[in-house]
Ligand binder design. Structure first.
Ligand code: CP
Length: 310
């Protein structure tokens, strides 16, 4: 049986191309499973997983939880807002107390970049990063790659533009790394103020004109403006941002070719994307969400089955 090269999934940075292909191929099998009348398999019957979320989530949290249920794992859910973290308990103490209850695997979302990497050095359980600050969101990138592969048959050779708030986006970094490892060409597009200084070192094309970027690509991944991470103003107003970088049906219909529209969610309708684009036949936003369950099943199955648990 093929194995992943890492004990944890902390970021796409740690995965080889073979790891990513193995996850996508395993997800193919689980996608078939979750489309059966009986959607459940016993693969993780003796595994206990804690979902610990220190930051809000709809898609990722529910998708992991459903994936765990489809794999027959035992699960516990932890929301920081209603926990003893508010009484001053440290991250390591909190997680070690959860592990003392015989938990095997941790799925963690945290507002601080590197939280999962830090935790992996101090606890004895497998960790899956469900998004750490503005750093990485590996399962989002994997489900995005799976969705592109489902649409086009292959990711290699495809041109993907990531539009918007690149500076604060963990989805952007994980997507760039994942798509490049799979042989796609990647462009980022947005205002200069929302580009990280190191962006060219990642080997991506940089374009500030939305129309030019859209005419170049096969796939446009439209990102949300992460106002909750803004410490200063990066553009004059949301209205102005929308005029420069928002995608509407008029622009979409005027392009040289038919492109595919993606969005990791949550969508701010009328800001980065209008409703008629989000709901158009070119949009695969809900397919991304559907594929997230199969991809997360694959990740947890591969991690749990290939390494001894605690
Ligand atoms: N894409 C994503 O991470 O969505 P949530 O914040 O709702 O989990």
């Amino acid at each position: 049986m093929q194995q992943l090269s890492n004990r944890h999934l902390l970021g796409i940075k740690d995965l080889t191309e073979n790891d990513i292909q193995l996850i996508l191929e395993t997800a193919d099998n689980f996608k078939e499973v979750i489309n059966r009348p009986i959607k459940k398999v016993p693969s993780l019957r003796d595994v206990t997983i804690a979902n610990i979320f220190f930051e809000n989530s709809t898609r990722t949290k529910l998708s992991f939880e459903l994936a765990q249920k489809r794999l027959s794992a035992d699960i516990i859910n932890f929301a920081a807002s209603s926990s003893s973290v508010s009484k001053g308990e440290t991250l390591i103490d909190t997680v070690n107390n959860i592990l003392a209850m015989k938990v095997d695997m941790i799925v963690m979302r945290h507002p601080y970049a590197g939280a999962g990497i830090f935790l992996s050095k101090h606890i004895n359980a497998q960790i899956i990063n469900a998004g750490d600050g503005a750093h990485e969101h590996p399962t989002q990138a994997l489900l995005d790659a799976f969705s592109i592969r489902q649409k086009y048959g292959d990711v290699a050779g495809k041109k993907v533009v990531i539009v918007g708030d690149i500076l604060h986006s963990r989805v952007a970094l994980s997507n760039i790394l994942c798509l490049q490892k799979l042989g796609a060409e990647v462009m980022v597009c947005g205002p200069t103020t929302l580009m990280p200084r190191y962006i060219k070192e990642l080997g991506v094309k940089v374009e500030h004109n939305l129309r030019k970027a859209l005419n170049w690509c096969d796939v446009a991944n439209m990102l949300r403006i992460q106002l909750e991470r803004f410490e200063i103003k990066y553009f004059p107003s949301i209205r102005e941002y929308s005029m420069m970088y928002g995608l509407n049906k008029q622009i979409l219909d005027s392009l040289d070719k038919e492109i595919t529209i993606m969005h990791p969610g949550p969508i701010n309708r009328g800001v980065e994307i209008t409703s008629d684009v989000a709901d158009s036949k070119q949009s695969i936003i809900l397919e991304q969400v559907e594929n997230g369950v199969a991809v997360r099943m694959a990740v947890m199955y591969l991690l749990a089955s290939q390494y001894p648990l605690v």
